[in-house]
Design a protein around this ligand. Sequence first.
Ligand code: ADP
Ligand code: MG
Length: 272
Amino acid sequence: QHLEPPSAAGRIIAIVNQKGGVGKTTTAINLGTALAARAQRVLIVDLDPQGNASTGLGIDPEARARTTYDVLCGATPMAAAIQSSGHERLDIAPATVDLSGVDVEMVDDPDRARRLRAALRAPEAAADLAAYDFVLIDCPPSLNLLTVNAMTAADSVMVPLQCEFFALEGLTQLLGTIRRVQRGLNPGLRIHGIVLTMFDRRNRLSAQVEEDVRATLGEVVYQTVIPRNVRLSEAPSHALPALVYDRDCAGSRAYRTLATEVLSRDGVTLAA
Ligand code: ADP
Ligand code: MG
């Protein structure tokens, strides 16, 4: 991989990995909560038809009157879809299963990949969204139109990578998609960083994976590693961020450390 040093930080971060179950949503919720605790105003944009970020923050499906689907359709400005998460400085634009239809519904629109960018960056949106220090976009487990919309809207991409045997599998395809977006839709897109998740310190394999990933990818990998921690997986069933459900568990501590690293790090440019 050819990774160059950064120039400027990005405020809109797309959390991307086409594999499911690697920790995208857990990272969106808990990094978001940790940044909010550091006096940052955070918006989570749920762009997954499964709506796990919305559910994990306690937004009932019936309470999702305006959603990211309506925003992508152009029926609603982003500001109208935003709700408070009930946690200070943390808001969410929720998703419903309607989102799963956008690939087909927008097939004839040549600007279909720029819908989210327009909603987040258009001059009309600027006043509503200027208050946010960070916008975290929780992507679906796919490199589909929704994920391309997120990458086109974003300043940078954050990639959660599960510490498992096939951790790097699929990364070439993901980096290829990022490069294609950089060449056409969003030349300014950077990689903010790669975060290792579900690290199991009792398992020799996790340490081996960490070593390999750092050797292969270098400085783009955050120093912070998120441990496998049952409290992180329990929290969503209580409709709470882990940082609220159990603020002192190892997972919450790791996400606070990641927030510190995110606040201090600029994006890394992926050379084409
Ligand atoms: P994705 O959004 O990439 O599909 P999730 O964040 O939903 O992944 O995580 C998949 C599952 O693993 C969820 O049940 C989640 O609660 C759990 N999980 C995520 N991160 C951790 C972790 N560090 N330790 C333990 N369980 C985790
Ligand atoms: Mg998810």
